[in-house]
Design a protein around this ligand. Structure first.
Ligand code: CAA
Length: 379
């Protein structure tokens, strides 16, 4: 493994850092409190190429590698993990899927504007009874002439109220179980397609999460992506890459927790000296930093395997499993180091803990990551 970054990768990291500090940070606290979607920020990220980072330039993207994506995701999420997940879903779950599985017509119509940041995407696999048990799809799509008729409900959809383009996983042949699942591109505003109310969440409050419902919703066959019966394969492969994005998001939260703790430990005095002089605090900082470095290496390893077109299923599950735990532990320790100040909004670290929790849940819970890892080991 060689993670000597290229000049281009370092430039992307710096651009993301500058953008996050100047454009995202000033409104992060208020957007968290009010649960407000960052419309202007997402628009500017599109202009900078951050919404379609790995999409080839011919399809409107920035043509960058997964390592660059990880570096940018960490910097953005370090400042605001809500913006991180909006970026991650558009890049990893929507653009990736369209680029790998879409027809040229689908790429022209949907991928180009999504990668350029002119449209926003959402990915809908989860349902009320299909979370971890993702093959248990109840949303159905029945063939009717040249169209498909979608009926059912999707849950916990990131960008659900805001997106213009949705990738919807549905059962097209129940008897075939997961081999009878297909994925469809559905435009916002299609008759029969509604979204539910915005969920009032513990963390990543500035991102928008809601349910979707389909009632006799007609979608043309041209919007079937990857072929009939290939939808579960599409979802699993898309999530393998998505997990690298969420690992990078978790890494950003962990790094923010460490940086806030280092600053506070040098400023805060107790027993007549900065608390950074106390071994109890030093041990916490040392452990946080060591775990973050390990999580970063796992995440970069998964990204590097993906860039080399090698199997990265196990590596991405390991990266997400470990980085999400490290985010939780570092945010928790950051609050402990801050004492009472860590428990109030003014010092940001309480948000890091609230934001960290979801990284152990979405795009496959930690338990699912362990299943994926164990199955790879036992193959
Ligand atoms: N990569 C590629 N293929 C995979 C895979 C992976 N990681 N995991 C499973 N598969 C394939 C299997 O090889 C199998 O294919 P074949 O039949 O062609 O051989 C098929 O999928 C079914 O697999 P299993 O027989 O193992 O099915 P299972 O029901 O026992 O387990 C599971 C499947 C791994 C548990 C799967 O259901 C899963 O990953 N669940 C978690 C779903 C998830 O991550 N949801 C996140 C929602 S999206 C989200 O959060 C987005 C957001 O908005 C932020």
């Amino acid at each position: 493994m060689d993670f000597a970054f290229t000049e281009e990768q370092l430039m992307i990291k710096q651009t993301a850092k500058d953008f996050a500090e100047s454009e995202i940070a000033p409104s992060a606290v208020e957007r968290d409190i009010k649960a407000e979607f960052p419309y202007e920020i997402v628009k500017k990220m599109g202009e900078l190429g951050f919404m379609g980072m790995m999409v080839p330039p011919e399809w409107g993207g920035a043509g960058m590698d997964t390592i660059s994506y990880v570096l940018a995701m960490e910097e953005i999420s370090k400042v605001d993990a809500s913006v991180g997940v909006i970026m991650s879903v558009n890049n990893s779950l929507v653009c990736y899927g369209l680029n790998d599985y879409g027809t040229n017509e689908q790429k022209e119509k949907y991928l180009k504007p999504l990668a350029q940041g002119n449209l926003l995407g959402a990915f809908a696999l989860s349902e009320p009874e299909a979370g971890s048990d993702a093959t248990n799809q109840h949303t159905t799509a029945d063939k009717d002439g040249d169209d498909w008729i979608l009926d059912g409900t999707k849950n916990w959809i990131t960008n659900g109220q805001t997106a213009n383009v949705f990738l919807i996983v549905a059962q097209t042949n129940r008897e075939l179980r997961h081999k009878g699942i297909s994925t469809f591109i559905v435009d916002k505003g299609t008759p029969g397609f509604e979204h539910g109310k915005k969920e009032d969440k513990l963390g990543i409050r500035s991102s928008d999460t809601c349910s979707l419902s389909f009632t006799n919703c007609r979608v043309p066959n041209a919007n079937l992506i990857g072929g009939e019966g290939k939808g579960f394969n599409f979802a699993m492969n898309t999530l393998n890459g998505g997990r690298i994005g969420i690992a990078a998001q978790a890494l950003g939260i962990a790094q923010a927790s460490l940086e806030a703790s280092l600053k506070y430990a040098k400023e805060r005095k107790a027993f007549d000296k900065p608390i950074a002089n106390l071994q109890a605090i030093q041990f916490k900082l040392a452990d946080m930093s060591t775990k973050i470095e390990a999580a970063r290496l796992l995440t970069l390893n998964a990204a590097s395997l993906k860039d080399k077109n090698e199997n990265y299923i196990q590596a991405s599950a390991m990266a997400k499993l470990y980085a999400s735990r490290v985010a939780m532990e570092c945010a928790d320790e950051a609050i402990q180091i801050h004492g009472g100040y860590g428990y109030v909004r003014e010092y940001l670290v309480e948000r890091y803990l609230r934001d960290a929790k979801i990284t152990e849940i979405y795009e496959g819970t930690s338990e699912i990551q362990r299943i994926v890892i164990a199955r790879s080991l036992l193959q």
